[in-house]
Design a protein around this ligand. Sequence first.
Ligand SMILES: Cc1cc2nc3c(=O)[nH]c(=O)nc-3n(C[C@H](O)[C@H](O)[C@H](O)COP(=O)(O)OP(=O)(O)OC[C@H]3O[C@@H](n4cnc5c(N)ncnc54)[C@H](O)[C@@H]3O)c2cc1C
Length: 276
Amino acid sequence: MCVMCVCVKGAVSLAGAQNNLWAVEGGNKLVCSGLLKTANANLLQAQVNSISPLYSGEAPQYQLSFTTASETKSELYDIVVLATPLQASVRSGVQFQGFTPPFDELPGNYHSTVATIVHGYLNTSFFGFPDPRLFPFASVLTTETLDVFFNSVASVCPVNISTGFRRKQPQEAGVYKVFSPQPLVKAQLKALFRSYYSVQVTEWQAYPCYGSSQGLPPVELHPNLYYLNGIELAGSAMEMSSVAAKNIALLAYHRWNRQTDMVDQKDLMHRIKTEL
Ligand SMILES: Cc1cc2nc3c(=O)[nH]c(=O)nc-3n(C[C@H](O)[C@H](O)[C@H](O)COP(=O)(O)OP(=O)(O)OC[C@H]3O[C@@H](n4cnc5c(N)ncnc54)[C@H](O)[C@@H]3O)c2cc1C
């Protein structure tokens, strides 16, 4: 099972290196706005500060204290899904009050990955190709060694691809995405690029430090309080979060409607195997 988990993580981390990837036309941000629209959900933009259960009926309700752009207030909710990593290094700032979640400290602190987006001319000599016209790669991936200061360099395509689009050639100015564990200093940028017009830097708490012995955190933290991002310990990608979200939506629905026969179905694995 552990070998299987490590394989899945490795496969997910290499997925971005394939050349037949799918992308969302217009950009990944459309996934979020599209989902909100389809779900007809009411979005409240706020920072959640604390979650505390209140007991009046059979199941607890949850009081969420949150801060919007203009005020700090609280509201009661029947079902809560936490969809942000709870590891200390991610600093979600959510506090649990009045109950103890079923973990002491979540495993897998998050790796910091710095994304540097550069519009400029790649220094192909750095990769052993003095003539940029002979440089055959759209992306370069590295393995972790002390003297290599970046994880990957890849040419980036626009989110809207027009007919007749062609990827910029290495001898032309193009947009490149560099991932590195630390912010790049000027000398490192100068090593990777002959010259550049613009540089944008964003530091992400990107994915958990993976190990082969850690299990996945619980999905149910308390009755009707669910945690989505534990799935990232198996592999961190939008698709993984979507799978976890669908599972939680089904679980929350069945729990709420007391359809206990639909939860932890004993013969499910057998039925899935025979369905396929
Ligand atoms: C640099 C980088 C590149 C990636 N590239 C890809 C890719 O090409 N394809 C792919 O599939 N995946 C990619 N991933 C992984 C992908 O981004 C994640 O798997 C995905 O974003 C997880 O989605 P999520 O909604 O579960 O969590 P997140 O995207 O982490 O969203 C959590 C949200 O919760 C909010 N939040 C946190 N705390 C609070 C609080 N207290 N109150 C209110 N809101 C809060 C945060 O602001 C954030 O908006 C990439 C990740 C990184 C860092």
